[in-house]
Design a protein around this ligand. Structure first.
Ligand code: BGC
Length: 826
């Protein structure tokens, strides 16, 4: 029997109607049972608390429950629990707000101020009106009489000011007051509160990094700053627990916070309508700042305070092999809580500083991290961190090292630095590499098709790093030749032999024998979902169904497979849990906790009828304005890969499938279905693909979703190099690849006999989702079947390719067989 924590206490003051709280209801709420798993809620609360990053604290926090606190800002009531769009559209039965959370945590809230805000907020409900993509970035503030603030300061010792922001799918954060910047009203509120109160805490409830340069204007009048991100239904309660000292803060930034927007290396190449040149190349986030612009950093990557302080002592740092290409670096550290009062957790981070070589390297690259358990005052924990130098090898896309299209370790000294953020990490070990080592030779893939200049590293006379520019290497591969040389053999058609997919699942027949029975029409159906979202074949409100989309396929035992969004909860016509957003989860630096939460989420999928969760969102935070950054984890590929893997492992432990997305380089929302990400092959492989690569290796997701955008002139859903050469060929991925929802029709430039769906199947993007063509009257089934037409042409799609795609889809059905059989039997 599960209970809803919101109703457990009988206090529903913090419960907001679900329609209002999520803003973009995509389907009617049909299942009205608001019961949620309390263990999931507890784990979500712990994760939201561990993901909140304490950026400043002069001792103002924790609040302590005996001291009165005056809470300012309407967001204390109208809390932003998640961002907008498919990643936030969850029919959550309750959302804690901060005011209710503080009361629940036993904090003595100044009731006069609380009542003012409560009454005003009741009369001034936030407006979510507007169409898709027009959601508010912020809510207007209540204007406070200065006398109210002064009077509150006579009653309460500490003030808390809450600032809230949201962005989302089709809704970038923008360089305007109310989005990236503070509004004048928020400024005024801060002015008045910090003038009247000796101690002020600022809470940032936002999915994106926003401008924090104003902190400097207030100096020590702002005693504490907590970046809470968006923590889902339990987020505000988690923040309250942190403020009250019930849960020790231990979050760390997964992005750099720069002094100004213009300081970000992507700033001049973001938001283009047709294309964006990834001119900063591999110098993304801290890789840029630590190399070229240390002074432009307000809060460094990896930074976050606790209530306790820790000593981190390197006990031992060693390598185990003479050969650099296989050497494993092991760092053993003792972490001691030196505080006399507070418990806490600390995250140790290991960075690699590679020699410049000919390629030019970022000054730091995160190589490993580990978090302690909760350490009592005086307690010590020993952590062991390991990585291989080869894991951080650089990719030579120009041939400058003499090894084009290879991951290489250039000769020189490799410094291993250990610390608790990127800036403070200090030298623990130096590993010499005497001569260049080729770690992995691959083939050029997905390289640039348009000339552009990319950032590289040079040194001035004093040896200081300076930005230089070079031409990005251009693609040289003959794509037609590559595809033709890799065409799969066909399986001879047998016609119906009475073999059902259940027989394959039971080991009584081979998958190939099953596939041999399928007609081209049936194979073509497996390459498309059931036309529309909210398919009648799946749980109401689903995102789409694939697999057994026709009676003939179902008669052969192919089950309908139901997909739902993700990432922050199940997007269905039923109540579901709203989890902390991706950035909040990654900011815990605690993959084990996130895996545990995802495992509970997988169980919720079983209860609600979801087979494939369209999660995790794994795009890199290239720029702080990207609307969907809240869904994604970090500017760093290792953090992205580790948390992606944790979610996939957790979800899939329930027998269902996760679906990492959006593969790849989907780093902005502006014109997202047409935009071209122009990026060097090196940056792709070291930054934008690397997280996916780690996730595939560690967690074997059963499904992966391509992105809407183009990568070097080719839409991801047509990208043979991306999906067949790299994902399947190099990384050995055998799962099912699906499109993002709908796709852009196009002709294959190298095969005139292939258009749209045939062009896609050739790339091994197996399934078009949700499966129909978008028309003014809504999604319709494709009238002209380009797959079947192409099969009939001399230079068209081959039956072997269509069967290969079917094998990927049916492999997913077989992996899900126990779950689907349980559902069918239920
Ligand atoms: C989003 C995906 C989402 C899909 C289904 C698309 O617009 O980009 O992330 O999973 O819709 O809702």
């Amino acid at each position: 029997m599960t209970t809803n924590p919101a109703t457990e206490s009988g206090d529903r003051s913090h419960v907001r109607p679900p329609v209002e709280s999520v803003a973009q209801i995509s389907a009617l709420l049909l299942d009205t049972d608001p019961t949620l798993d309390p263990e999931l809620a507890r784990t979500a609360r712990q994760a939201a608390a561990e993901g909140a990053v304490l950026l400043r604290n002069d001792g103002t926090l924790p609040l302590g429950i005996e001291r009165p606190v005056a809470v300012f800002g309407r967001v204390q009531i109208d809390w932003f629990a998640v961002g907008y769009g498919s990643g936030g559209d969850v029919k959550v039965p309750y959302v804690w707000n901060l005011l209710a959370g503080l009361r629940d945590a036993g904090v003595r809230v100044d009731e006069e101020v609380a009542e003012l805000y409560t009454a005003w907020a009741a009369d001034n409900r936030p407006s979510y009106e507007g169409t898709w993509g027009q959601w508010p970035h912020h809510f207007p503030e209540m204007l406070l009489d200065p006398a109210v603030v002064t009077a509150a300061a006579t009653r309460a010792e500490t003030a808390v000011v809450v600032i809230g922001r949201a962005a989302g799918e089709a809704r970038e954060s923008v360089l305007e007051p109310g989005s990236f910047y503070l509004t004048d009203d928020e400024r005024m509120l801060l002015d008045r509160v910090t003038t009247a109160f000796a101690r002020t805490v600022v809470i940032l409830d936002a999915g994106n990094v926003m401008d924090l340069s104003w902190l400097g204007d207030y100096g020590d009048r702002i005693g504490a700053v907590l970046y809470a991100w968006q923590g889902g239904m339990e987020g505000a309660r988690a923040v309250a627990a942190v403020l009250a000292g019930e849960i020790a803060p231990s979050g760390k930034l997964t992005d750099t916070i720069a002094h100004t927007y213009a300081d970000y290396p992507s700033a001049t190449n973001f938001g283009g309508a047709d294309f964006n040149v990834y001119a900063e190349d591999v110098f993304v986030g801290y890789r840029y700042f630590e190399t070229f612009a240390q002074d432009r950093v307000q809060f460094p990557f990896g930074f976050g305070l606790g209530y306790a302080s820790f000593d981190v002592t390197v006990v031992e740092a060693t390598t185990d092999a003479a050969d650099a290409a296989s050497a494993r670096v092991t760092v053993t550290v003792d972490v001691r809580n030196t505080d006399a009062v507070h418990s806490g957790k600390e995250t140790v981070q290991v960075y690699l500083a590679a020699p410049d070589g000919r390629l030019g390297k970022p000054a730091r690259a995160l190589a490993a991290f580990a978090k302690t358990g909760l350490l009592a005052p005086g307690e010590t924990e020993r952590l062991t961190l390991q990585f291989r130098l080869a894991d951080l090898a650089s990719y030579d896309d120009s041939g400058v090292t003499g090894h084009r299209s290879a991951f290489v370790l250039e000769p020189g000294e490799y410094a291993i630095l250990v610390g608790t953020d990127v800036r403070s990490a200090s030298l623990a070990l130096t590993v010499p590499v005497d001569e260049l080592r080729v770690v992995r030779q691959v083939a050029e893939a997905a390289a640039a098709q348009t000339p552009f200049a990319r950032m590289t590293l040079a040194r001035d006379d004093s040896g200081a790093a300076v930005v230089a520019w070079e031409d990005a290497p251009q693609a040289t591969v003959d794509r037609r030749e590559r595809i033709l040389s890799g065409l799969p053999d066909a399986i001879a058609f047998t016609g119906d032999q009475g073999i059902s997919l259940d027989a394959v699942a039971a080991g009584r027949a081979t998958l190939d024998a099953f596939i041999a029975q399928l007609t081209p029409e049936e194979l073509a159906l497996l390459a498309r979902g059931d036309v529309t979202m909210h398919s009648p074949l799946g749980a109401p409100g689903n995102a789409g169904v694939l697999g057994g989309v026709s009676p003939e396929l179902r008669a052969k035992g192919v089950p309908p497979i139901t997909t739902t969004d993700g990432p922050s909860g199940l997007r269905l016509s039923a109540y579901a849990s709203l989890l902390p957003s991706g950035t909040a989860l990654a900011s815990t630096w605690n993959p084990a906790l996130v895996r545990e939460l995802a495992a509970l989420h997988g169980q919720e999928m079983l209860r609600k009828g979801s087979d494939v969760l369209l999660s995790p969102g794994m795009n890199i935070h290239r720029d702080p304005l990207c609307g969907r950054n809240f869904e994604y984890f970090s500017e760093d590929p290792l953090v992205t890969g580790r948390f992606g893997a944790a979610i996939v492992q957790g979800v899939q432990s329930a027998g269902v499938s996760a679906c990492p997305k959006h593969f790849a380089a989907n780093n902005q929302e502006t014109n997202r279905t047409r935009n071209d990400s122009r990026v060097s092959e090196r940056a792709l492989r070291e930054i934008y693909l690397r997280g996916f690569e780690l996730c595939v290796a560690e967690a074997q997701p059963r499904t992966i979703m391509t992105s809407y955008n183009q990568i070097n002139g080719v839409w991801a859903h047509y990208h043979h190099d991306l999906v067949t050469t790299i994902l399947r060929g190099e990384w050995g991925y055998t799962g099912c690849v699906i499109t993002d929802w709908w796709m852009e029709d196009a002709d294959d430039p190298d095969f005139p006999d292939l258009t749209d769906n045939a062009y896609r199947v050739r790339a091994q993007v197996d399934v078009l989702m949700p499966g129909g063509v978008k028309t003014a009257d809504g999604p319709q089934a494709y009238a002209d079947d380009t797959i079947l037409q192409s099969l009939a042409r001399a230079d068209g799609l081959t039956i072997g390719e269509l069967q290969r795609g079917a094998r990927n889809v049916l492999g997913l059905a077989l992996a899900l067989a126990p779950v689907l059989a349980d559902r069918a039997g239920a």
